[in-house]
Ligand binder design. Sequence first.
Ligand code: CU
Length: 150
Amino acid sequence: MIINNCQLLQTSNGMNKFKLMIIFFVFLMVNGIIYQNFYRPQELAPIKASGNIVNIDMRIEKDKWTFVPPRVEVTVGDTVRLKIFNEDSYDHGWAMEAFGQNKRLFPRRDTEIEFVASKVGEFPFYCSVPCGEGHYLQTGLLIVKPAVVN
Ligand SMILES: [Cu+2]
């Protein structure tokens, strides 16, 4: 007996399952757009770039497993341009989950990292490349302050 694939996919009113799936996906997308634009609480929305650029020079001191400065303060919406110089003869890394950053820092050179600080809070950063005895202590903190309302 030969079973026709198309017949298996037919529903009682003759509508193809694929059409139903497409209608369902369109329904989900429309819901998503309506939610994003009208119902999502402000504090959940990422804050857009203000256009203000903050240049930060950071160093990794030789054989000290430290980021200098270890604390950085910016205002929400700032575009953060980090320039990190690695003084060591081995690799380090710079990672921050909150803003999706993870970069390898090669020895004795600058590495540039750029991102928008799109939410308020305190976000740790750390060395993401196993680099020696001080690796797990090689951390720092980015403080993102709320924007000043005029
Ligand atoms: Cu490390």
